[in-house]
Design a protein around this ligand. Sequence first.
Ligand code: DGY
Length: 336
Amino acid sequence: MSTDKPTVFVTRQIPAMGLEAIARVAEMRVHEKPMPPTRQELLQGVQGCAGILSLLSDRIDSEVFDAAGANLRVVSNFAVGYNNIDVTEAKRRDISVGNTPDVLTDATADIAVALILAAARRLREAADGVIHGQWKTWEPLGWIGMDLRGKTLGIVGMGRIGQATAERLVHGWQMKLLYTSRSPKPDVDRQLGGRHVALDELLSDSDVISVHVSLSPETRHLINAEALSKVKLNTVLVNTSRGEVIDQMALVTALKKQQLFAAGLDVCDPEPLPVNHPLLELPNCIVLPHIGSATVSARNAMAQRAARNLIAGIQGQPLPFAVHQSHLHTHPTNQT
Ligand code: DGY
């Protein structure tokens, strides 16, 4: 049955409050399966759509734009990161792109701190030890980890999540703070005693390194074998941004050689990480299934922001959370 409402494709079930808002103004196709749409399902699903609500696991590129056709006005990503979207191509075609900043900052910073503590205090090894019967007695020399208080924290990429992670560790554990970012951040320097440094200095002087840069051609394998060779012994490395920022095979080597004390990863390359991946055999590495934003309030707020971006885009309005704003044009179905 045809309606006057523009059609949108939502590539997965998201929290209901997002879907309900979209359903009020759009003809909604939702990919209902638990796994992401296959390429074929994606290309079919977007046909004739004015909007796409995508997840970080959906590659949105010129092939998808072609499949959607001339009606496509907006791609709204259910994530703050948008490396899955070819934004250059979206700009060329005057398609708006939106994301969901801010609302997952605290949840993700909490996971970064959780991983830092887990890696520093060897929680994976200790918990595995309990399960595998290695807990024979209270051991004065067993499961010895690393203290954080007063140590140096290196934040690679001082954006919103990097700063929220630094706030927790500077205020909670009195860590000294080094950071990289495109330019110094006077607020961070004043409020957290941070020092803007080059990556090499951060690598060689930090006890804990937490990675928060977004993924781009410049940051792909930013932490490679050469970078890892610069860290001091007994450093903890944590990544909650995108897996591709770290060269994982170089990380495996560094962990095996105990060049690093331990690593904690919420993101991997690829995702999901195959269960036979060498990283998973290392006792000094803890890997989580990309759960940085997995809290009720963060995911509900992401759904609301993604829905607002999608609705604004199909209605020819400015996106409230825009990565790229198209030149505004009213969707044909809204013209009087
Ligand atoms: C994002 O929004 O980019 C996060 O990685 C999702 O948790």
